[in-house]
Ligand binder design. Structure first.
Ligand SMILES: [Zn+2]
Length: 374
């Protein structure tokens, strides 16, 4: 039987099925139709020498271009990093979500899933010259409005977002997190929480999170790092992981340091999900994109299957979309084609430290809904 599309002869790395072998992947009617040797298709794409993964999910992005100053263009970004699903985390709140849906989500080729901000207009004033934390003023905490918008848009809103920290919530401290937890409980959705400099402390934030909630910026630099100066992981962090709280990288312009990462990895604490936190002020460095962030975790010693898992099956679990992040037959017809090139690179963190690495991951193309998109 000829399928619609076949990716031929790539190294198929699909941690959801424990698969890491050279073979073919076929798509039909927008879904994964078969995985195995000798498949034929109306369109055949030669993937020899390349890596084929389930469609990459960047769990932390900002793609409300034009509607927010920090947004990047979703489809250009998706192609740059072979990302088939961009999860936008808090760019929009209930006051400006309809524009995000109409102008970006419904028009993009890449899938867009959303953590809706509990603050009325999302992250509305984040730029190099104007920076006002959207969680400073408790009058902006839009609990009822967020529940209503989440309820009306369950096809794309997969969670609730809040940002707390000296920059994001300032005088309101941790209080916005309590409102967001209330909204998440009322909506039956998980929460993603941003931290920056204290207050509140890392420990105080993770202590409030529930199983399935996500702490982003998990390997942020001092101050408010997840470990003590001597490298011991904070007790509250270990307790949160044991409870089922998820730890996401969310690199961005201020939230990934080699010093923290080395200490956490030495302690055996790896992140659950690797994500870029791509936005207008970090897409030209130091974050760049998801593949660059994944390359940094390979430099820390993560295996290729593990780093692929962190941006496929594990990200799909975080957003509770089991049809994504896998090449199981019948799953959504998304795949990413990437290369692991023997081309050295200097990998910069948010404090200016460079780590030299001999290899880098690069984008070679992707399949969204069973259609090839180079
Ligand atoms: Zn962000």
């Amino acid at each position: 039987m000829a399928h619609d599309l076949v990716l031929k002869g790539g190294r198929v790395t699909d941690p959801s099925q424990g698969m890491d072998a050279v073979t073919d992947v076929a798509f039909a009617s927008g879904r994964v139709a078969a995985v195995g040797p000798g498949l034929r298709g109306a369109v055949e794409q030669d993937c020899a020498g390349l890596i084929v993964t389930p469609g990459l999910i960047d769990l932390h992005t900002h793609v409300y271009w034009g509607g927010t100053s920090l947004g990047v263009e979703v489809d250009a970004y998706a192609r740059q990093s072979a990302v088939t699903t961009c999860v936008d985390t808090g760019s929009a709140g209930p006051g400006n979500f309809p524009g995000f849906r109409a102008h970006v989500i419904e028009k993009s080729r890449a899938r867009v899933l959303v953590y809706l901000h509990v603050s009325f207009a999302g992250i509305y004033a984040f730029s190099s010259t104007i920076m006002v934390g959207e969680s400073h003023d408790m009058r902006l905490m839009a609990a009822r409005e967020a529940v209503a918008v989440a309820e009306a848009n369950r096809d794309c809103i997969i969670g609730i977002k809040v940002r707390v920290g000296r920059n994001a919530s300032g005088p309101s401290g941790i209080a916005p997190l309590d409102v967001a937890l209330d909204v998440a409980e009322a909506s039956g959705l998980p929460l993603m929480v941003h931290i920056d400099e204290p207050p509140p402390t890392y420990a105080d934030v993770v202590a409030r999170l529930r199983k399935g909630d996500v702490l982003t910026h998990c390997f942020r630099p001092f101050p408010n790092a997840p470990c003590h100066a001597d490298g011991r992981v904070r007790e509250a962090v270990l307790e949160a992981r044991a409870r089922g709280v998820l730890f996401d990288v969310g690199h961005g312009m201020g939230s990934f340091s080699w010093d923290t990462a080395r200490k956490m990895v030495a302690a055996g604490f790896w992140p659950d999900t690797v994500s870029s936190d791509v936005h207008a002020m970090c897409i030209h460095g130091p974050a760049w994109d998801l593949l660059r962030t994944m390359t940094k975790f390979m430099a820390l010693g993560m295996s290729l299957p593990d780093v692929v898992a962190s941006a496929t099956v594990k990200a799909a679990e975080a957003v509770r979309r089991p049809e994504l992040g896998t090449l199981a037959v019948g799953a959504a017809g998304d795949a990413s084609v990437i290369a692991l090139e023997d081309r050295a690179i200097d990998l910069e963190d948010v404090r200016g430290e460079n780590v030299h690495f001999a290899q880098r991951l690069t984008a070679k193309g992707m399949v969204i809904g069973g259609v090839w998109d180079a």
